[in-house]
Design a protein around this ligand. Structure first.
Ligand code: SF4
Ligand code: SF4
Length: 713
């Protein structure tokens, strides 16, 4: 894994009264253990990848407690795991990135929510919404509403987060309903402290197993008609009121008092810190949360509790509902609840606040100032607040002007990434074949959709590239090329793409990037990693899997062999043989490889053993300065520097220190017949006697020829 949590995992052992310090995501794991879970699982994805990583690193502790950890192959299998809580008093939690992961899990979630649960079931979703997000901008709220699952959105503070996790399981059991716990990126990484409680063993677990299913077959536990009709009624008539009663009785939501009580703010828990920060910048709150305007914090975002909403709003002229994104689910519900109760409080929300996009500090400051200008409560000078809001952002135009035009710097593959050469090869092949449709996918390889490659015409979801080319191929002059990673292949691509293409006799090209990990989410293991997380071989192979399914045109090509990759691509595109053609582009994730090699080399150097590092360089005198190599490679270690030749004004290409010697520069220069300016050098540490003698001899010859020998390390 990208990051080891072995050290942090020790804090999961803390007992009652001890102080836990750390990140929000680690606090959630501790809360799960305090709540007595019997199983945990999930599928990695920002911002909750580390939750699963922590669980994997804490596997020994979890085994002591009898907690089963499952690293699922996709979110659907993670959601289906929660089926253990339908019949049995087993508490369990799974995690994934939302909204995309929730989309994948949707079928299992509906089938889980319909019969409901006996044991507490929790889905910890990383709500990837806002400016740092890497996925489509939708919210998970709709899923909670449509399935009648409860959505918890705790205030980003460790005590509040831990309390919400623990109470979430109780809420789930009290209302026989799975709950979703939503964590935005800031909640995952907020740091703080809370007073720990002892970890609890689940009533049943790997340490104390259930003897068998409940006596008497209960058809009502199956999401099948006619049970489903009863489930629907049960959701509305029993579970919803039970949940609302629990939320109210256990005060999951919080009311922060304020003296200007003719108005109020209703905020989803996850946005609370941003609101307090904005209020404090406007002089309306201190940094410890004391606000002049009363705030109703919805740690339980769904369902709302009508009596609480009415109690907070009654007697107020207006409230501002702070809820990112659209539709304005909470605002609409509050409007309905108030009108139903004949309470005439005006409800503001979208209007002063933007209808789309993250509620950054700037958006909140503007929204709060706009709300105050509209409502003009006694005791607050709304014009002065508006002036302050304007002053806080007044520096922006000047700052933008001072910065001038900053060149765009799109995200890019890591130095030496094994996926980069494949796109260089596609570019080279297309020079001869002409452009074709490229179905891109989710993963590091999607960087190729950006300059300098700009290869990719659509992205339809994780592992969906081949499926998304199904209707392109029959309507296109050239075979489409679908690209997916090995992560995407196991997540969804194998069935949705490969099986479907074979079944429908599709005629396209699929490139599977076999780099050995789900690299983009932090280098987690997958079914064809070299080993499992326990260090044993996985025994699975993409090649064997494809052959067993009937793929007959299949080539495995080392990614760095650009010329060979170009040749294979041309062959796949031109082959008279109809049917799916698969190229397995094989090359270990360079980030993972470098992490491994660095540790191995450090150990060898410590022993005084010989270590060789390969580097590439550009001969300044040969480089023509046309930079085709940079456009074809895009490696961050390949850049430009001023030409040492005073007669040439164009900068020359240059390889900088971070080069990992993957060899792509030379390969591309060779395959594209560029200038022969690249050279390969080996930096030898702890050189042997023969190498030292050879170096001295070479130095002497160069000196004799008039050059200067460089010192050997
Ligand atoms: S993490 Fe690995 S696969 Fe992803 S860009 Fe970096 S080297 Fe390439
Ligand atoms: S050899 Fe070239 S492409 Fe490979 S890491 Fe070095 S500069 Fe980058």
């Amino acid at each position: 894994m990208e990051r080891s949590f072995k050290k942090e995992a020790q804090s999961l052992k803390l007992g009652a009264g001890e102080t836990f310090e750390g990140e929000g995501i680690l606090a959630v794991t501790k809360a799960l253990l305090q709540a007595g879970v019997s199983y945990v699982g999930g599928y990695q994805g920002a911002p909750v990848s580390h939750l699963l990583d922590v669980m994997v690193d804490a596997e020994d502790l979890l085994a002591d407690l009898g907690v089963h950890v499952e690293t699922c192959t996709n979110e659907a299998s993670a959601a289906a795991m929660l089926g253990a809580s339908i019949n049995y008093p087993l508490r369990g939690a799974v995690t994934w990135k939302s909204v995309v992961g929730t989309n994948v899990a949707a079928d299992a979630l509906s089938n889980l929510a319909s019969p409901g649960v006996v044991g507490g079931a929790m889905i910890i979703i990383g709500e990837d919404y806002g400016e740092g997000a890497s996925v489509i901008q939708e919210r998970s709220y709709a899923y909670a509403m449509k399935c009648s699952m409860w959505l918890l959105d705790p205030r980003p503070e460790l005590t509040a987060i831990v309390r919400t996790v623990e109470q979430g399981f109780e809420l789930s059991e009290a209302s026989s309903t799975p709950v979703m716990l939503e964590l935005r990126i800031r909640a995952c990484h907020v740091t703080g402290a809370f007073t720990a409680r002892d970890n609890r063993r689940g009533r049943y677990s790997g340490q104390q197993r259930i003897e068998g299913p409940p006596a008497g077959h209960d058809y009502g536990r199956l999401s099948h008609p006619p049970s489903t009709f009863a489930h629907e009624r049960h959701k509305v008539e029993q579970r919803l009121p039970a949940a609302q009663a629990f939320i109210a009785q256990h005060k999951l939501n919080e009311v922060m008092p304020g003296e200007v009580d003719e108005i109020g703010i209703v905020v989803l828990g996850g946005l609370y810190n941003g609101v307090i920060r904005a209020l404090s910048r406007l002089g309306l709150a201190d940094l410890f949360g004391a606000s002049r305007i009363p705030i109703y914090v919805l740690n339980a975002a769904y369902p709302l509790v009508p009596s609480e909403v009415q109690a907070f709003c009654a007697g107020k002229r207006a409230v501002l509902v702070i809820e990112e994104g659209y539709p304005d689910y909470v605002e609409q519900q509050i409007n309905s609840e108030l009108r139903r109760a004949d309470i005439q409080t005006r409800v503001f929300g979208k209007g002063p606040l933007p209808r789309a996009g993250e509620y950054t500090s700037e958006a909140l400051i503007g929204g709060l100032a706009g709300f105050l200008r509209e409502t003009r409560p006694a005791g607050i000078d709304a014009d002065a607040v508006a002036a302050e809001a304007a002053a806080l952002v007044a520096h922006r135009p000047g700052a933008l002007h001072a910065l001038g035009d900053i060149p765009a710097r799109p995200p890019n593959f890591c130095t030496g990434c094994p996926e980069r050469p494949v796109f260089a090869a596609i570019k080279l092949a297309q020079r001869e074949l002409g452009p074709t449709h490229i179905s891109a996918d989710i993963g590091c390889h999607s960087f190729a959709t950006l300059p300098p490659f700009s290869l990719g015409n659509s992205i339809l979801g994780y592992g969906m590239s081949l499926a998304s080319a199904a209707a392109v191929g029959p309507n296109f002059a050239r075979r489409p090329i679908a690209v997916m990673g090995d992560g995407g292949f196991w997540h969804n691509g194998l069935l949705s793409g490969v099986a479907s293409s074979l079944f429908n006799q599709g005629d396209g090209v699929l490139i599977v990037m076999q780099n050995g990990y789900t690299s983009a989410t932090g280098q987690q293991y997958l079914p064809t990693s070299r080993t499992t997380r326990a260090g044993t071989p996985t025994g699975m192979s993409i090649e064997k899997t494809l052959r067993s399914m009937g793929v007959s045109w299949l080539r495995t090509v080392r990614t760095y062999g650009v010329a060979n990759m170009v040749k294979t691509l041309k062959e796949a595109m031109r082959s008279a043989e109809r049917g799916l053609k698969v190229i397995i582009a094989d090359g270990e994730c360079m980030l993972a490889r470098q992490r491994r090699l660095r540790a191995e080399e450090a150990e060898r150097l410590k022993r005084g053993a010989r270590v060789v590092r390969t580097r590439y360089g550009v001969d300044d005198e040969i480089c023509t300065g046309d930079h085709s190599c940079i456009r074809l490679s895009g490696c961050p270690s390949l850049t430009v520097k001023p030409s040492p030749d005073p007669l040439r004004t164009d900068p020359v290409a240059s390889v900088i220190e971070s080069c990992v010697g993957c060899g792509l520069c030379g390969e591309v220069a060779h395959a594209a017949v560029l200038c022969p300016s690249f050279y390969r050098a080996e930096v030898v540490r702890n050189a042997n006697r023969w190498e030292r003698a050879l170096h001295r001899w070479r130095g002497a010859v160069i000196a004799w020829l008039g050059g200067r020998a460089e010192a050997v390390s």
